[in-house]
Design a binder for this molecule. Structure first.
Ligand SMILES: *Cc1c(COP(=O)(O)O)cnc(C)c1O
Length: 419
């Protein structure tokens, strides 16, 4: 069974090598201190105003509403789209569950859309099929996985054709470009970014709703502060939420913004080094379309060639593999990394395979690609893309503080798995 991979002569890292951890610079502490000494320790203050201004300036949107998390921002984006109980919403299948859950907060029913091979994101062909099956759908939620933009123009065009609202979950992709325009600007009304601890820049937590509509920004701001009406007392006409960002958190975000380009450069260097140094192995990197998009390279991932996969089985909560010369699999590589005190991670498990969503409709370019059967193994044409990427892919240590020397050791560990 899962034998320890002791072939590598690489010594374990003394300090854990993270997948993607916060990188602080110093100014963050100054802005936190400023909030403290001026006693703006609540959800109002200069740090919030500045963080919102910096986001608008950097991304090029009209308005940014600072919130407690990206998930809260997605929830308000779903509300702005007018999703009512029972409404179906087309949503990326291969993503983190925070993309999907906010649809359900409003009583909506996520219809999961398979990925394509060029970017691992929502497949426009599958989306077209979905509209042919459910022409009544009026909203689409698209995520840009691991910092790589989806085929946003094609997706937007399909949405326009069917009169559907597009929401862009750019939580992982801040700073990435598609056709010369930054992600976080492709949604019809609302887009979302996140400042969670592992994202490109962080506030330790936090997120923002981005929009060009003054009305939408005002609504989101009002909903996020308990929907208080303009009155001498607490007056409420609609449901409210406590979703506003704290001025302390905003201080961290404010201090991080000047460093986002530096972080992106570091992440890109990591991706390019993996790509170059792993090119003789039977693996490929998470792909993007050159000339069309420039990812932010948030996480570097690899996909093991089908014929270089050793046997690997996964139950709901466990994984096993059989070691085979010249072959490997995500489970073996992740185990080897962990043994060396380095953190990798499986590809996000597709939503259609999750116990909570496995009864939701799942649409692929070719048909109803319901999970659970291994039929696709016998007929490659039937394979759903998301499940295939999950089976053969993994995220590598991508921390922007990882040195070239440390990365070389990671590369040696991976190579030893294929020995
Ligand atoms: C991180 C993330 C979110 C949620 O952001 P939080 O700030 O953690 O709530 C949403 N969608 C995707 C794709 C993410 O990776």
């Amino acid at each position: 069974m899962a034998f320890a991979n002791l072939k590598s002569s690489v010594k374990p890292f003394e300090k854990k090598l993270w997948l993607s951890s916060p990188t602080m610079h110093g100014e963050e502490l100054e802005y936190i201190r400023e909030a403290f000494v001026t006693n703006w320790m609540s959800t109002v203050g200069e740090n919030i105003n500045e963080a919102e201004r910096l986001a608008c300036e950097f991304i090029g949107c009209g308005y940014a509403v600072a919130l407690s998390s990206g998930t809260a921002a997605l929830h308000l984006a779903v509300k702005l789209a007018g999703i009512k109980p029972g409404d179906k919403v087309f949503c990326s299948d291969l993503t983190f569950d925070a993309t999907v859950n906010p649809i359900v907060y409003e009583g909506g029913v996520p219809v999961l859309i398979d990925s394509e091979r060029d970017t691992w994101n929502m497949d426009p062909e599958a989306l077209k099929r979905a509209f042919s099956i459910y022409p009544e759908v009026r909203a689409v939620m698209v995520a840009n996985l691991y910092g790589t933009p989806a085929k946003l123009d094609e997706i937007r065009e399909i949405c326009d054709r069917y009169g559907a609202v597009l929401i862009e979950d750019a939580a992982e992709s801040m700073g990435a470009f598609y056709q010369g325009k930054q992600t976080g600007r492709f949604g019809t009304t609302a887009n979302v970014i996140s400042f969670n601890g592992n994202k490109m820049i962080t506030g330790s937590s936090g997120g923002m709703l981005l929009t060009d509509s003054r009305e939408a920004a005002e609504k989101a701001r009002k909903w996020s502060t308990q929907s208080r009406e303009n009155a001498p007392w607490y007056q409420h006409e609609e449901l409210g939420y406590n979703y506003r960002m704290s001025n302390v958190i905003a201080g961290v975000v404010r201090g991080q913004f000047p460093y986002i380009q530096e972080h992106i450069r570091q992440k890109k260097a990591i991706y390019m080094r993996y790509k170059e140094r792993l090119k003789d192995l039977p693996v490929s990197m998470n792909p993007y379309i050159e000339g069309v998009m420039e990812p932010n390279f948030w996480l570097s991932c690899i996909l093991v060639d089908r014929d270089a996969m050793c046997r690997q089985v996964r139950s709901e909560k466990e994984a096993l593999y059989v070691r085979e010369a010249g072959k490997s699999c995500p489970t073996e590589i992740l185990e080897a990394l962990a043994q060396h005190n380095a953190e990798g991670r499986p590809i996000w498990k597709p939503m259609h395979m999750q116990p909570i969503y496995r009864n939701n409709p799942f649409i692929t370019a070719k048909g109803n690609g319901r999970a659970g059967s291994n039929a696709y193994r016998e007929n490659e044409g039937q394979m759903n893309v998301a499940e295939d990427i999950f089976e053969r892919g993994l995220c590598l240590p991508s921390d922007n503080k990882m040195t070239a020397g440390q990365q070389e050791r990671v590369i040696e560990i991976i190579k030893a798995c294929f020995a």
